[in-house]
Design a protein. Structure first.
Length: 242
């Protein structure tokens, strides 16, 4: 009924871009942060692009995204520390600036949910499967609460829990594996739902039984190349009769 192998007992969903329509907000905020930084400090550099977001930032903890994007551009900044003020010319300063802008968007505009994801989560619950949300965001609890879908989620692993427990960010599988442990389900009986290339890699690296690539932005071939078992544009495609 859910379009998954019979062995699957739990569904582990990325949040931004799969369940909530916040990936586009993250991308827009990152573009503002990096474009402001590049224009003021490295004016010869080309602007931050959607492709940069997909390849170097999407799905990762903020500081990792800063490091990976700047490394791609051949830029090295001091690490700084998580107490750096937003916009300081350090890795953590840029990460803090991004967080400041994202929180402002969240407070001003709230969270929109993908209707297909809401219906699929209802189907997961009705089928008796477990469900987890796995996100690098430190605002996982706030976003999930604002979405109105908390009642359908059994476990949440977010950036705060990852930092507390020393879990590496995607593409490492640590956060997905933590969710599977919390659900009491072995990875082979879990299905990962991801829109980010780093997230698909994490699902594969964790030995999960099925990895669903959710293509909201036209990167189906890249999701398949990273190891997705199936790529869909809409979660309700999995509910359609074969």
């Amino acid at each position: 009924m859910l379009g998954l192998p019979q062995r699957i007992r739990a569904c582990l969903f990325d949040m931004d871009g799969v369940v909530t329509q916040t990936a586009t907000v993250h991308q827009a905020v990152w573009k503002r942060v990096f474009d402001d930084f590049l224009q003021s400090t490295y004016p010869g550099q080309r602007p931050f692009s959607l492709e940069d977001y997909r390849r170097y930032v999407d799905g990762k903890p903020r500081a990792d995204g800063v490091r990976d994007f700047l490394a791609h551009r051949g830029i090295v900044l001091p690490e700084g520390s998580p107490t750096d003020p937003p916009g300081a010319v350090t890795v953590h300063g840029l990460a803090q600036r991004k967080d400041e802008l994202f929180r402002r968007q969240l407070n001003d505009h709230g969270v929109a949910v993908y209707p297909d994801a809401a219906r699929y989560l209802e189907a997961v619950k009705n089928a008796g499967l477990l469900a987890a949300v796995v996100t690098a965001s430190v605002h996982g609890a706030e976003v999930l609460a604002s979405s109105g879908l908390s009642r359908l989620i059994d476990v949440r692993i977010d950036g705060i829990i990852a930092a507390r427990d020393g879990l590496r960010g995607k593409p490492a599988p640590d956060t997905f594996l933590a969710a599977a442990r919390a659900l009491g389900v072995p990875p082979a009986q879990g299905a990962v739902f991801e829109d980010a290339l780093a997230g698909v890699l994490a699902g594969r690296a964790g030995g999960f039984g099925y990895v669903v690539g959710v293509d909201r932005v036209g990167q189906a071939s890249e999701l398949r190349a990273q190891g997705a078992d199936v790529v869909i544009a809409d979660l309700e495609q999995l509910l359609a009769p074969s």
